[in-house]
Design a protein around this ligand. Sequence first.
Ligand SMILES: Nc1ncnc2c1ncn2[C@@H]1O[C@H](COP(=O)(O)OP(=O)(O)OP(=O)(O)O)[C@@H](O)[C@H]1O
Ligand SMILES: [Mg+2]
Length: 229
Amino acid sequence: MKNEESVLIVRNVYKSYQNDGLKVEVLKGVSFSVAKGEMVAIMGPSGAGKSTLLNIIGTLEYPDSGEILIGGRNPFKLSDAELAAFRNKEIGFVFQFHHLLPEFSALENVMIPSIIYSDEYSESKKRAIEILCEVGLSERLNHRPNMLSGGERQRVAVARALINDPGLVLADEPTGNLDVENGDRLMELLLKINRDIGTTFIIATHNPEVAERADRIIYLRDGMIIDEK
Ligand SMILES: Nc1ncnc2c1ncn2[C@@H]1O[C@H](COP(=O)(O)OP(=O)(O)OP(=O)(O)O)[C@@H](O)[C@H]1O
Ligand SMILES: [Mg+2]
């Protein structure tokens, strides 16, 4: 289809949910593609379907119809075990709430996705330390999440998303739980990673200031793309 450089192709995706026997159409034929190294923002009002779309791209949910290709592969054709491995390797997630494991240190939280499918403990540790330094947390390696500030926790979550060097990082309202200053810092960090490493990002946000810093903004409303710029 479009070009081989597309990290992601979304083609005519539909998704509905049953709520109390009532069918709610959440995505109604969404199509777009994202080139390698792009930073794309998805904006739209509450209920527009942003999180649903990211969850489908992240292979956490299946579309009713349509397809997605990540790095040229259709993840929904994989077996469950293959899909779990694919997701772990190819996709990084950053959510509004950090979802760090409370009983583990920052370093351990970042290492977890990389040790699941590898025996290279010392390599994982080295890489996790490098990334935590990159996100400005070299002096917080052994802090548990409750010993970190909100902004720091979110930076640990970013480091965890990057540990396996994924082709695609999905961020759902990554600044939604931060004050303006920490939100700006987090966005600066994502832009720096995008610039330095060339990581491809898709960021769902309500915040026009966050969206404006992306290469491209896709506007979603009532489950359809209504504009793009
Ligand atoms: N698991 C579910 N079961 C039923 N309905 C759902 C489910 N998940 C989402 N929905 C419905 O789908 C619609 C879109 O939800 P979604 O979370 O994708 O919106 P959003 O654009 O991310 O909104 P927000 O900006 O508030 O995060 C909403 O009307 C929601 O109620
Ligand atoms: Mg949402």
